[in-house]
Design a protein around this ligand. Structure first.
Ligand SMILES: Nc1ncnc2c1ncn2[C@@H]1O[C@H](COP(=O)(O)OP(=O)(O)OP(=O)(O)O)[C@@H](O)[C@H]1O
Length: 343
């Protein structure tokens, strides 16, 4: 199958002025006129391949570089290093045929005309993208129906709720029937019913229109319900890449035990040391709980350890998708901290 997205070792860096409070007056003066610079990577060595008709989630903590990567893919900014082909085009060339094939929605930034009713923004979009009357009308009918936006067509954008505005942005960017849609936090501020609608819509477009989606989201349900593949970005680097189903299946083999730290006199680090002495498990202290994640096959052994150590206040749980992702983040965070300590 043909790839819609090909990124090979993409990096983006900027040079930032070094601010050093320890500089003396003379050095500060020199630094003011001829500042020392340091190279800062926003995105580093990212390689992504995605087939047409598939959806990819790019997730990561705040500041990980997700939006920067989206901007490179959509051609808003250029990469500093590496090769990129999106639908066989170089995005930063901003070729008009390429631009007609993509739709971009930044959940936190609207491209609608603020002071006038939505329908005028849509008509302007129709003109810019040279959509013929009949395709425009049928697409508009379909999109307003699936996104429940009929009543908003004549509403001024400034009077819309956040959710209505995000859905309207999505509607406008889908009008020209793009082959690739980039969604940067498309469900931000959207109510539960609309979130489900947006997810259904994405799946429908994938299935029936062979649309390719890349989305960033902090909502695990978006990823679980409509992304075929997950890339985790940390400090600009892709630290994990996996098919969603494969990840879920791997974690079906995992169990979580939540130990409630009710005994104030007990040193819970003893428990950690005892378990990690011979079982591969990850530990996460959250408030008064100690979460332990491990392979199902070790469940009995761990319960035996708990009983031997006279710890009785615990519960055994299957992991939700949100917890699976949180666990992955935890692993990469500890790896990263270890790496920094080693350096
Ligand atoms: N033009 C720029 N110059 C300098 N630093 C920048 C520039 N653009 C982004 N950054 C920095 O690069 C890092 C990544 O930013 P980016 O917006 O891509 O993160 P993000 O993963 O989308 O975060 P969030 O989840 O908070 O939206 C941040 O630390 C940001 O401050």
């Amino acid at each position: 199958m043909q790839n819609a997205i090909c990124l090979k070792n993409i990096s983006k860096y900027v040079y930032e002025n070094i601010q050093n409070d320890n500089f003396n007056y003379y050095k500060k003066m020199i630094n003011y006129f001829s500042p020392e610079k340091t190279k800062k990577y926003l995105v580093k060595n990212c390689s992504i391949n995605l087939e047409k008709g598939k959806s990819l989630a790019i997730i990561g903590l705040n500041g990980a570089g997700k939006s920067t990567l989206m901007k490179i893919i959509s051609g808003v900014i250029s990469q500093s290093d590496g090769e990129i082909k999106i639908l066989n085009y170089t995005p930063y060339d901003r070729n008009k045929f390429f631009l007609k094939k993509i739709g971009v929605v930044f959940g936190h930034k609207s491209s609608l005309l603020w002071d006038i009713p939505l329908i005028f923004s849509l008509e302007l979009h129709k003109t810019i993208y040279q959509i013929d009357d009949s395709s425009y009308q049928s697409r508009l009918n379909y999109l307003t129906e699936v996104l429940s936006l009929k009543e908003c067509l004549n509403k001024k954008v400034k009077f819309m709720s956040l959710g209505e505005r995000v859905k309207s942005d999505l509607l406008m960017n889908m009008l020209h029937n793009p082959e690739l849609i980039l969604l940067d936090e498309p469900t931000i501020g959207v109510d539960m019913e609309s979130k489900i609608k947006i997810r259904e819509f994405i799946n429908n477009e994938k299935e029936n229109n062979n649309c390719t989606f890349i989305l960033t989201s902090h909502d695990p349900a978006d990823i679980e319900n409509c992304c075929d593949k997950i890339n985790i970005l940390a400090k600009g680097e892709i630290v994990f890449s996996e098919e969603t189903e494969v990840l879920k299946n791997k974690y079906n083999e995992k169990v979580k035990i939540i130990v409630k730290k009710v005994d104030k006199n007990y040193e819970y680090s003893i428990l950690k040391d005892t378990i990690s002495g011979f079982i591969d498990a990850t530990f996460n202290d959250i408030g008064n709980n100690l979460n332990i994640v491990f392979d199902k096959k070790n469940e009995l052994s761990i319960i035996n350890i708990l009983i031997k150590l006279k710890i009785t206040s615990f519960e055994v749980k299957k992991m939700s998708f949100e917890e699976i992702l949180a666990d992955k983040f935890q692993i990469f965070k500890s790896d990263h901290e270890e790496r920094i300590e080693d350096e």
